[in-house]
Design a protein around this ligand. Structure first.
Ligand code: SF4
Length: 377
């Protein structure tokens, strides 16, 4: 079961924390959509005979495209073996949509909407330079549900400078009052080179302290679980039957094809990524070629990727899979190193799987790094 990711790199405004590849422009949407279809055609053999179970339109800001353009884009389904019940997700900015827009998306085949709410507090949205305010976020979520989208997910950010645990608690309460089926919640990270990164360098912004971070993360888990969600990946929560197929594929080493500038593709043995420049990307595809870099994944890299992705999920490290795929050497390595994590209460072994405890999830990056084979950290 493979996946397709389509990157729409255009944004109307720069968010202060943003580290994704995007360009601030009102693009030539129609010609860009045509280029994406052309790339899909050139790469139609990439997924072999695998069925496609998920298509994800992300960005940037996919809602700079009209529903008609999304419909044309989704015609690329004809080039692949797409499942009848394929999950088709689009990321939307709350201030881009109205009922006509949403109905148009449903007509084009989109069946899952991801709304970039980020916070219900206007002060946070202003600090992050988001285009929408909390009233627009509420109106957009209500409209999306009213339009008949059953599978709706929202994005929230916590650990924002100035946000208290009480503020975060109220953000969660507001979110869970809606009939959403999925939540992705990310701790804000201040990356170098972003607006926030520059503010931090000048001493104008500082990260929230570790205790506050930790209590916000624990509150997230507690509230999401009591609202009926399953914590199936460090940052992702879904109601039963509503886990993201797209994200789960990434974590389960399933093949995917990435279309558009900067998009990554993976086929089990190699990973490749398109040039991170929209002009160079369009020029290459329009001349019938592709600009990308590729990395062949050796056994060590595949082992480390498996540890990195599986340990973030509720399914954890499957020790039988490790032994079968990475031999006794890989198995012994994991079992020996995980022993002390189990003793410290950071991991637990359930039958033949190793999973993180809530305490372990707090420092998941450190644990993953400990378990990875040296030389590829
Ligand atoms: S909308 Fe998304 S991609 Fe665009 S600037 Fe904001 S965070 Fe970055």
């Amino acid at each position: 079961m493979a996946g397709i990711y389509i990157h729409i790199p255009f944004c109307r405004k720069l968010c202060s924390y943003c580290d994704f590849y995007h360009v601030i422009t009102q693009a030539e949407n129609k010609s860009y959509v045509g280029t994406l279809i052309k790339e899909a055609d050139i790469r139609r053999e990439y997924l072999g005979n695998e069925n496609v179970s998920t298509i994800y339109i992300g960005g940037g800001t996919p809602s700079v495209l009209s529903p008609e353009e999304i419909g044309i884009l989704l015609d690329l389904r004809k080039l692949f073996r797409v499942d009848e019940n394929c999950e088709i997700t689009i990321e939307l900015n709350p201030d881009d949509i109205d009922m006509v827009y949403l109905q148009g998306l449903r007509d084009s085949g989109v069946n899952r909407v991801s709304l970039g709410i980020q916070s219900w507090r206007d002060s946070d949205l202003k600090l992050m330079n988001r285009r929408h305010n909390s009233a627009q976020a509420a109106a957009a979520l209500e409209l999306t549900l009213k339009a008949g989208f059953e599978n709706v997910t929202i994005d929230l950010i916590y650990g924002i400078p100035g946000m208290t645990t009480a503020d975060w608690s109220s953000n969660l309460d507001i979110s869970f009052a809606y009939d959403i089926k999925h939540l992705s919640a990310y701790h804000l990270t201040i990356e170098p080179g972003t607006v926030f990164g520059k503010m931090k360098e000048k001493g104008m912004l500082s990260e929230i302290d570790e205790d506050e971070s930790s209590s916000q993360f624990h509150l997230l888990i507690e509230k999401a679980i009591s609202a009926g969600f399953i914590h199936y990946e460090i940052s992702n929560f879904g109601k039963p039957g509503y886990f993201s197929i797209h994200n789960s594929n990434y974590w389960k080493q399933v093949s995917y094809l990435g279309l558009g500038p900067s998009a990554h593709s993976f086929n089990g043995y190699s990973r490749q990524w398109n040039v991170r420049d929209v002009k160079k990307y369009v020029k290459a595809v329009e001349s019938g070629s592709l600009l990308f870099e590729r990395e062949e994944l050796g056994k060590k890299t595949r082992f480390n990727e498996y540890i990195m992705t599986s340990l973030r999920t509720m399914w954890g490290i499957d020790l039988e899979y490790v032994e079968k795929t990475f031999d006794k050497e890989g198995y012994d390595y994991v079992v020996n190193l995980s022993g002390k994590m189990v003793d410290y209460g950071l991991m637990k072994q359930e039958n033949k799987t190793l999973v993180l405890t809530n305490q372990g999830k707090m420092i998941s990056d450190n644990i993953i790094s400990e378990l990875m084979l040296p030389g590829d950290k």
